[in-house]
Write a protein that binds this ligand. Structure first.
Ligand code: UD1
Length: 368
């Protein structure tokens, strides 16, 4: 079997690492495409190096742009790649624009698609990632779901059960594989009691009122806040005219985006995580760090069900009172969900190998 795996943005790199390892172990013939959606060293190369992902054999150099430009350019370039060589399957991960573009380019050429992290739903089609998730799952032949809830979401959309595999959370496989390698970031030379903040989602950064309200909710928390800031967020804080005041606030430590091993160290030693990222909600859960999510919904339902996470939205008073409640009143510990272990990539490859007949089902028969 010949597989083309595709990655484009930071969270993709974390998810592909164990899969590439597993394919190598099984002597599977594969190529790795990097679309170039993320290109900064801190968002891309550092992740390949630390997670020991082999260099991509194909780099598309797509870069930044509007959704249409980024997705369209990726589709065009992916189509060229797919027309030059024969692949039995295109494997995509997560929910970024590169994931959607690769899946559509493949299915239009009648090449089967496998989707890792299938079935997550926030039920909010205003989120670009939700659009990507729904569309990618709709055209995928193999759906690898991280949780039972994700499987149910797929069933509710009429996706054939035979093609849905509950394999667990591959991002957590990466985390568990690297737990002993975490690196203490320099910012902790002068800090030991702190909160970690990540914020980059368009719905928060691009809306001045919301971004101002989130940051206002954090201005007067007594405990220091370490904020590895995503390039788009930094741009937007400056453009909205709120950066200068925040920079003068000694309690908020702006730092550059961290490498994977440093970020996980920072998160694992923090009192609480504040985030609008999807992956961080899950990683905090595994580190047993309580999470407050700066959104009104989440596709990571399991973190809410297990009591590891709370949706606090973007209202400044709700944010500051929720942080204070965790710091002062504490919280109850939670369990780790089933299949969030170091065997996820192996389950994916087993499901693929045991169900190869699915590679030949016409795409028109994808739903019941
Ligand atoms: C993308 C994903 C998001 C994911 C996030 C992880 C989509 C729709 N969004 O969002 O789901 O959580 O990656 O980080 O695919 N930029 C740089 N350097 C880079 C890349 C981007 O400075 O290497 C800046 C550019 O100004 C760019 C902006 O960040 O326009 C946004 O980048 P983009 O890839 O479009 O989306 P993210 O916000 O990173």
């Amino acid at each position: 079997m010949r597989i083309l795996t595709v990655v484009g943005a930071r969270p993709n790199f974390v998810k592909i690492a164990p899969l590439v390892n597993e394919m190598k172990k099984r002597n599977i013939d594969y190529d790795l495409v990097h679309t170039g959606q993320h290109y900064d060293k801190e968002l891309s190369k550092d992740f390949f190096d630390q997670l020991e992902i082999p260099d991509p054999n194909i780099y598309l150099g797509v870069g930044s742009g509007t959704h249409g430009v980024q997705t369209g350019k990726t589709m065009m370039k992916m189509e060229e790649v797919l027309m030059q060589q024969e692949y039995d399957l295109v494997m995509v991960v997560g929910d970024v624009n590169s994931t959607l573009a690769a899946a559509i380019a493949a299915v239009k050429l009648q090449i089967p698609v496998g989707h890792i992290e299938a079935g997550y739903r926030s039920m909010d089609m205003q989120m670009p990632e939700e659009v990507n998730r729904v569309l990618v799952d709709r055209v995928s032949q193999f759906l690898f779901a991280p949780t039972e809830n994700a499987v149910l979401n797929l069933m509710n959309e009429g996706i054939d059960k035979e093609r849905t595999f509950l394999v667990g959370n591959i991002m957590i496989e990466t985390l568990l594989n690297n737990m002993k390698r975490l690196k203490r970031p320099q910012v902790l030379d002068s800090l030991d009691d702190y909160i970690v903040l990540t914020l980059h989602r368009a719905e928060n950064t691009d809306n001045k009122e919301r971004l101002t309200s989130i940051m206002a909710g954090l201005e007067n928390i007594g405990t220091p806040i370490v904020f590895p800031v995503h390039p788009r967020t930094l741009q937007k804080l400056k453009a909205h005219g709120i950066y200068d005041k925040l920079e003068r606030n000694e309690n908020i430590r702006f730092i550059k985006p961290l490498t994977y091993l440093e970020f996980q160290y920072l998160l694992s030693h923090s009192r609480c995580a504040l985030t609008d990222s999807g992956g961080v909600q899950e990683e905090a859960m595994v580190h047993k760090v309580p999470c407050l999510t700066l959104r009104k919904n989440t596709e990571r339902m399991i973190s809410l069900q297990y009591g590891a996470n709370k949706l606090v939205g973007t209202d400044k008073d709700v944010i500051s009172s929720s942080v204070k409640s965790i710091l002062e009143d504490g919280y109850e510990e939670w369990a780790i969900p089933p299949y969030w272990d170091i065997k996820v990539s192996s389950r994916i490859m087993d499901s693929l190998m045991d169900n190869q007949e699915l590679l030949f089902v016409p795409t028109s028969d994808l739903t019941q």
